[in-house]
Ligand binder design. Structure first.
Ligand code: IVH
Length: 682
């Protein structure tokens, strides 16, 4: 155990290092270290904090990774209510709002306003006591919300502490005391691009997709397990304060400036306005601009700047008189679904798309809407010929909100997913637990680039020099239509490609030829069979040794293999059953591609047969995946979790909490040296 003083020094070093890398990753989008290295820094820090809990500072980056899951959220009463805004839908409504203000204040001349985009997300309240974030809650009914502190702490853009002085603003006149207490309010949201990536990931993992960024933000914030929230791309813009003790502000503009100096994110589109005509102009400008913004907005908010005037104006029922939300014209319309088509994505996922009678939505003509997947169609009961409400939010692809059932004539047709891929005719399957249907064709034109990229990648056939760009060029030029075509390429074909000289063509052909006799496991992995990653490919190859033995295996025969379950077996048999795939394999054989026969597992000494391992901490002489491979190759197995069934825990440098758990459970502990000696690698 290290002494307290050294620990404190190391904790401070690690914290500032992690903060630096957070900034590179989240703000500059230019990371300097790998995810693995970052994880190691975090692990080192949390191990030290575990040993010295009193040295944990309130702004430690470890607070951001999520805490133990909750049973339920507690409620939280806001110190001052979170009001809502009255709406304006037209220029006239805005002028009326202005008249009401002037009348109430008994003023002729204009008041100054602050203009802000109105984000469509989830309103939250962040409480800082003496500068430390203590509670973060949702708006709820405006008086009582839900305590989602753990989740909000995972959002990088939310400061964990308000700095005592602002290093970024060394000018003394702009420095602020830290208030005794302050409620900071803002909107948690997800950017449109991040939303698309998130949904893509969910679709490929068979999870239901979110209908829009707002739902994704709300769903992410209401996770009982904050580790889930930590992986969601949540962002925040702050736009107000509630109770403030120990300092005071004169204007809303000053509030925003101060928040910004403390490190809160303030929307860059916020502007001051000297009169109401400026406000109307801004409303129209933002409506024009909205589809160019990286996040969704549904209007703008006009706020009186002077806080003493805000006070005078007060509120009527829960709406302040000093602010108004100007809503953009609705982007929902009614149209009719004329047909439902299938789009095949590059990973083979089939997405149903509605073809609709064209309608104008948010200034753009729209005739297609994504229906995501079959579950979504069934849930909304969408049929061909239905009248539907469609909406387009920001830049997001239009979507069908709901069917107008009362308009049905009875002639509407129920949609079914096709049994064969519309692009290549191969079988379409839906794997257990997944929402997506997929085409399993190895030569499917929609997937071909992705499949060839995978086929030639390092862990697969390892064809050096065949990068993404070249794959694209080869496919676009019609030179390859499936992975086997690579082996029929000739120098004269390659020379027709842009920027391909004789020397590089020769090198590529050599690299392709060199890949002809891969180990069987690499070949199996290269085929791109769903659920057959490197580990399963290795198990298959050691168990059956040759491809010819694997192709005709039945589900039952595959299931008899340890570590291969029903999903994997089903996926393998379906893949080899598909005639398009068998043709590609035959073509590969004709081209001279011959995977090397694998060593049988029983030929080798299986000294670790029946033994299971858990690894924790960093190994020095080999990577964790190499260590796991060694265990497997000797007949053993490994797992992530420490359970009673584990025989050995291998502890590398800075081991995690698994080590303590294993110690408590009386599991044999090995260091790296011990592991190498047990497996005969020392
Ligand atoms: S000010 C009394 N500013 O709109 C002031 N709200 O109906 C209350 N919102 O619950 C909030 N962007 O969720 C304000 N720039 C902005 C906003 C904004 C979005 C949301 C917020 C609030 C609702 C008010």
């Amino acid at each position: 155990m290290i002494d307290r003083e050294t620990a404190l020094k190391r904790i401070e070093e690690l914290q500032s290092l992690i903060r630096y890398h957070n900034r590179r990753y989240y703000q500059l989008d230019d990371p300097e270290i790998s995810d693995g290295e970052y994880d190691r820094l975090m692990r080192n820090l949390s191990d030290l904090e575990y040993q010295f809990p009193d040295l944990i500072s309130p702004d430690s980056p470890t607070h951001r990774v999520g805490a133990a899951p909750l049973e339920k959220f507690n409620t939280f009463r806001h110190f001052t209510p979170m009001l809502s805004l009255a709406n304006a839908f037209s220029d006239k409504d805005i002028l009326d709002f202005h008249e009401r203000i002037k009348r109430f204040l008994d003023r002729r001349n204009d008041v100054r306003f602050i203009l802000e985009p109105k984000l469509d997300g989830v309103a939250v309240n962040l409480i800082y006591e003496h500068g430390i974030l203590t509670v973060g809650s949702t708006r709820g009914d405006g008086t009582i919300g839900e305590d989602v502190t753990q989740n909000l702490k995972t959002i990088q853009a939310i400061p964990l502490v308000i700095p005592a002085s602002t290093a970024r603003e060394p000018d003394v006149s702009t420095q602020h005391p830290v208030p005794e207490r302050i409620e900071v309010r803002g909107e948690v949201y997800i950017e449109i691009e991040s939303f698309k990536t998130l949904n893509h990931r969910r679709l490929s993992e068979g999870e239901p997709v979110f209908a829009n960024p707002r739902n994704a933000a709300a769903g992410s914030l209401r996770q009982l397990d904050s580790k889930v929230t930590a992986r969601r791309p949540l962002a925040i813009f702050c736009y107000a304060v509630g109770e403030v003790r120990g300092m005071s502000f004169k204007s809303h503009w000053k509030v925003l400036q101060t928040l910004s100096q403390w490190g809160f994110q303030i929307n860059t589109q916020i502007r001051p306005a000297e009169n109401i005509n400026d406000c109307i102009r801004y409303f129209h400008q933002m409506n024009e601009m909205r589809s160019n913004l990286p996040y969704e907005i549904d209007g703008v908010v006009i706020k009186v700047d002077d806080l003493s005037l805000q006070d005078k104006l007060g509120a009527v029922s829960r709406n302040p008189r000093w602010a108004i939300a100007c809503k953009f014209p609705a982007t929902q319309e009614i149209t009719e679904i004329e047909d439902i088509l299938i789009q095949v994505g590059r990973t083979g996922v089939l997405t149903p798309v509605a073809l609709m009678k064209p309608v104008r939505l948010g200034g753009v003509m729209v005739s297609r809407a994504t229906l995501h997947n079959l579950d979504e169609i069934l849930k909304k009961d969408i049929r061909i010929g239905d009248a539907v409400i469609v909406q387009r939010a920001g830049d997001v692809i239009p979507e069908v909100v709901k069917v107008i059932v009362s308009r049905r004539s009875g002639a509407e047709k129920i949609f079914n997913m096709p049994a064969r891929c519309p692009e290549c005719g191969s079988e379409v399957v839906r794997l257990e637990g997944e929402a997506a249907h997929r085409c399993i064709g190895m030569a499917c034109p929609a997937q071909i680039k992705e499949r060839i990229r995978h086929f030639s990648s390092r862990g697969a056939m390892d064809i050096e020099g065949l990068g993404d760009k070249l794959v694209s060029q080869l496919v676009d030029a019609g030179l390859i239509n499936d992975p086997a075509d690579l082996y029929f390429l000739k120098s004269e074909n390659l020379l027709t490609l842009e920027r391909m000289a004789e020397k590089s063509a020769g090198n590529l052909l050599k690299a392709i030829a060199r890949s002809k006799n891969p180990p069987l496991e690499k070949f199996l992995f290269a085929l791109g069979i769903r659920h057959v990653g490197e580990r399963i490919a290795r198990i298959l190859s050691h168990t059956f040794q040759t491809l010819d033995r694997i192709i005709p295996l039945s589900v039952d025969e595959l299931m008899a293999v340890r570590d291969i379950g029903p999903e994997v077996s089903g996926s393998i048999t379906r893949f080899f059953h598909e005639s398009a795939n068998r043709m590609v394999i035959e073509k590969l054989k004709t081209a001279g591609v011959m995977p090397r026969e694998a060593e049988s597992a029983s030929d080798r000494s299986l000294s670790l047969s029946g033994k299971s391992f858990v690894f924790t901490g960093t190994l020095v002489h080999l990577s964790r995946s190499e260590a796991r491979q060694i265990v497997e190759s000797l007949g053993g197995s490994w797992s992530e979790a420490v359970t009673k069934k584990i025989d050995y825990i291998v502890a590398g440098e800075s081991p995690g909490s698994k080590l303590q758990k294993a110690q408590a459970a009386g599991i044999t502990i090995l260091d790296e040296k011990g592991f190498l000696s047990l497996t005969g690698r020392d």
